[in-house]
Design a protein around this ligand. Structure first.
Ligand code: URA
Ligand code: SF4
Length: 205
């Protein structure tokens, strides 16, 4: 198996998809990274959050949103009273695209060919979890699901409907919040992020 969904090994479950993604080699990103970071959370979640790709911590731990961006996401969820364990969290790309600089591994944005190659796994997760609402964190996830015409700063917070009828919207990526230059800007960016996530409270009722 090299990553295309193998019908013989597939019983239609999320677990079967995860096992197949673990050995995916459909794009070159697997080679320099530690492991496939598949989604995690409830297989029957009402809400799915989709990020960009695993970062350094996620690559090593094998879990999505385990590093600094994940901590910020946790803070926002906690402030909104949303339990992380009720969600399904995943990424548009499941291996860590990076560049080595001595001992550190610097994040590189996934290219559209990586997003394209990885999309069957994301689509498989959407088809199996069947969430009521999908929130894309950042432009990579948003273009992967809503199409290349998506413009994050223009279209943030607006509802989209996928071909299968699932509703979703996008907000900024928590790593973008962390990249803001000073404390005041970070706090503003954080509020924007959290307030976009707040739409979930009305959407999932
Ligand atoms: N950023 C993402 O987009 N996803 C993660 O899992 C971690 C950081
Ligand atoms: Fe496969 Fe996605 Fe990893 Fe590329 S990034 S090897 S498509 S799982």
């Amino acid at each position: 198996p090299n990553g295309a969904i193998d019908a013989a090994a597939d019983d239609g479950s999320l677990q079967a998809l995860r096992q197949q993604a673990a050995v995916c080699r459909q794009c070159p990103l697997w080679e320099a990274s530690t492991q496939t970071v598949f989604g995690e959370g409830r297989a029957d979640a009402h809400i799915m959050l989709v990020g960009e790709q695993p970062g350094d911590v996620e690559d090593l731990s094998g879990r999505p949103f385990a590093g600094p961006a994940g901590k910020l996401l946790d803070r926002a969820l906690q402030e909104l009273g949303i339990e992380r364990s009720t969600l399904y969290l995943t990424n548009a790309v499941k291996h860590f695209h990076h560049e080595r600089r001595g001992k550190v591994r610097l994040h590189k944005r996934p290219e559209s060919r990586h997003v394209h190659a990885c999309r069957p796994w994301l689509q498989g997760e959407v088809a199996r979890v069947k969430p009521q609402v999908i929130v894309c964190l950042g432009a990579t996830a948003a273009t992967a699901l809503f199409g290349s015409g998506f413009n994050l700063m223009r279209d943030r917070g607006r509802w989209h409907v996928l071909d299968d009828g699932t509703r979703g919207y996008a907000t900024v990526h928590p790593a973008w919040v962390l990249r803001q230059k000073d404390e005041a800007r970070r706090e503003d960016a954080y509020r924007l992020f959290r307030d976009d996530l707040r739409q979930l409270l009305v959407a999932d009722s």
